[in-house]
Ligand binder design. Structure first.
Ligand SMILES: [Zn+2]
Length: 582
């Protein structure tokens, strides 16, 4: 499973890894007791049920059930192969791996694509840096006011004119045109394949982990259409999920807990240059639920600042819904007519923008501004729009505030708004560790104790036979736990996850180890579970024998006596078990 990286080295890397540190690159974690918790990056939620246990080096989500160790996390979240995940963690620890020159089959498609986009981003960047200052692209950059620091920080580049500059450069690095095509950087024509981006200023889009996943390309002159060309969807780029600038701004956004969402690459960069370092841009698409979810991992408050034209206003109105739905406290900053964030900061100042940012409009203000409230029918439409948004709000306190603001802003009696507001749906998500199965499954509970306590593992080995388990997964973990304790490799739960034969088994291991067992006297509980497992096994066997006895009575089979004797024996065993349990 581990390919050419020696097992002991994988054990070392796993043992030294800091899962909290790795997960923190993607999820904002808060310390809660011994563990850390945050919003799950694998499913949509408003209250955290995602838990990271630093002591056991595992993560688990009590909402969707995803769980595993540091490698599993990177494999699931960043779509890495096992070897790539090991390499990634080794890199963070400055552990040098033996050079297992990577063959074709060894990397995942995602990883290969990421290497291609990374190469292209570097290539475009170098092209821009090597252009003379009087070249059209340099003049364009100067006109837009992009500083050298910004160009470096955001790896901004230039896709040269000509049809195959990138293709040639890639070939020199052994990257075939087919890979460029897969990454959306080349297109196949009738005669030959050609560069997809030509004579454009290039904005690499980084995923939350810092990998280049796609590009936005701005035409240098207005005759070139479209004005913005974006990477097509690929296995690593989904425009409904990526936002521009998040990777570079994530620390600042986390620090203040709020984010400014703008429409364009230039808006985001311009704000950044003017000292507003908490902005991100949607990459030429409407704001989606996935965007809202992603943003929600870093901030709880959002201010939308869209162009103040009809299209911008409409986009902002549409953008509110996924944000409130994700439980984000949402405001809108309306700029003077005809302005966008880029033109505004350049004309006025970062300070002027910041001031306005301090007093954004409420959703009610914004909606009200879009309607002529002097007309009764229009007023009703405004009300419906607003109620529609408030009804989507996930957070109850937000909901109360949005309603108050609506009453304050709209010239309507409460009796009009109240009926359109539905009662809120309440969330049923449970906080980490509060999950309790209604009926304790003794196999499950025994395995849980075995994973947490080596002594109990050995007690169980003495008293239970694997065949006495009815649950395949629990039997497997039971066996695996004992095998690894007796082997000479790593044997903790995090290591077991890598050795697990399938995803489901790994998931159960992470689930059973994620929450600390706090019950008293684990050893006597373990003995009790063992007794229950054995009793259950005896009951099953007795039921089988009873069936045989009935059959023998009907058919006059002469095995009846033998079977009855066997049943007697089982009954005695059962009674003995009951006595020891009391
Ligand atoms: Zn989840």
């Amino acid at each position: 499973m581990t390919g050419r990286i020696p097992e002991e080295l994988v054990d070392t890397i796993r043992a030294q890894a800091d899962i909290v540190d790795v997960v923190s690159d993607f999820v904002t974690l808060k310390k809660t007791g011994k563990n850390y918790s945050g919003l799950c990056p694998f499913h949509n939620e408003k209250t955290p049920s995602f838990s990271v246990n630093p002591e056991r080096q595992i993560f688990h989500c009590f909402g969707c059930g995803k769980g595993g160790n540091v490698f599993t996390f990177l494999m699931e979240h960043e779509k890495m192969t096992f070897i790539e995940a090991v390499r990634n963690v080794a890199g963070r620890l400055n552990i040098v791996l033996p050079d297992t020159s990577r063959g074709q089959g060894e990397s995942s498609e995602a990883e290969s694509l990421a290497r291609v986009t990374q190469f292209a981003a570097r290539f475009f960047h170098e092209q821009l840096l090597s252009c003379p200052t009087d070249s059209p692209v340099r003049e364009y950059v100067a006109r837009r006011g992009l500083s050298d620091t910004t160009i470096h920080t955001f790896l901004i580049g230039y896709a040269p004119e000509g049809w195959d500059t990138l293709i040639h450069a890639a070939r020199r690095q052994d990257i075939g045109a087919d890979w460029l095509e897969k990454a959306g950087l080349a297109k196949a024509g009738n005669q030959r394949t050609y560069d997809a981006f030509r004579n454009r200023l290039m904005f690499p889009i980084l995923g939350p982990g810092g990998r280049v996943v796609g590009f936005g390309g701005r035409a240098l002159s207005d005759e070139d259409q479209p004005k913005y060309l974006n990477s097509p969807e690929s296995p690593i780029y989904h425009k409904s999920r990526e936002v521009y600038g998040l990777y570079q701004s994530r620390e600042a956004i986390r620090r203040v807990g709020s984010v400014v969402i703008v429409e364009g690459y230039m808006d985001m960069l311009s704000l950044y240059q003017h000292g507003i370092d908490t902005a991100i841009a949607t990459c030429g698409t409407a704001l989606t639920r996935d965007h809202a979810r992603l943003v929600g991992r870093y901030a709880r408050e959002v201010t939308l600042v869209y162009d103040s034209d009809t299209a911008g206003t409409r986009a902002a109105l549409r953008g509110i819904e996924p944000l409130v739905e994700a439980g984000l406290w949402t405001r809108i900053l309306q700029l003077p007519a005809g302005e966008d964030p880029d033109t505004f900061v350049r004309k006025h100042s970062g300070e002027a923008f910041r001031k306005r940012l301090g007093h954004p409009d409420s959703i009610a203000d914004f909606v009200a501004d879009q309607f002529d409230l002097s007309q009764a029918d229009v007023r009703e439409e405004a009300l419906k729009t607003l109620a529609g948004l408030i009804n989507k709000t996930a957070d109850l306190r937000h909901r109360e505030r949005y309603i108050e603001e609506s009453y304050a802003r709209l010239p309507v009696p409460q009796s009009l708004l109240a009926p359109i507001l539905r009662r809120p749906k309440t969330e049923h998500a449970q906080p980490p560790g509060s999950q309790k199965t209604r009926f304790e499954d003794p196999e499950r509970e025994l395995v849980r104790l075995m994973l947490q306590d080596v002594e109990i593992a050995f007690i169980a080995e003495e008293l239970v036979h694997p065949d006495e388990f009815t649950g395949d997964a629990y039997r497997t973990i039971f066996q695996q736990r004992l095998d690894s304790l007796k082997g000479d490799g790593a044997s903790g739960p995090a290591a077991l996850i890598d050795q697990a034969r399938d995803e489901e088994t790994a998931r159960i291991i992470s689930e059973l180890t994620a929450s600390e067992d706090t019950g008293a006297d684990p050893e006597s509980r373990a003995r009790d579970y063992i007794a229950r497992i054995k009793r259950d096994r005896l009951k099953r066997e007795m039921a089988e024998l009873m069936k045989k006895i009935h059959l023998a009575q009907e058919t006059g089979d002469d095995s009846l006596g033998e079977t009855l004797a066997a049943l007697q024996q089982l009954k005695r065993e059962e009674q003995a078990l009951r006595r020891t349990a009391e």
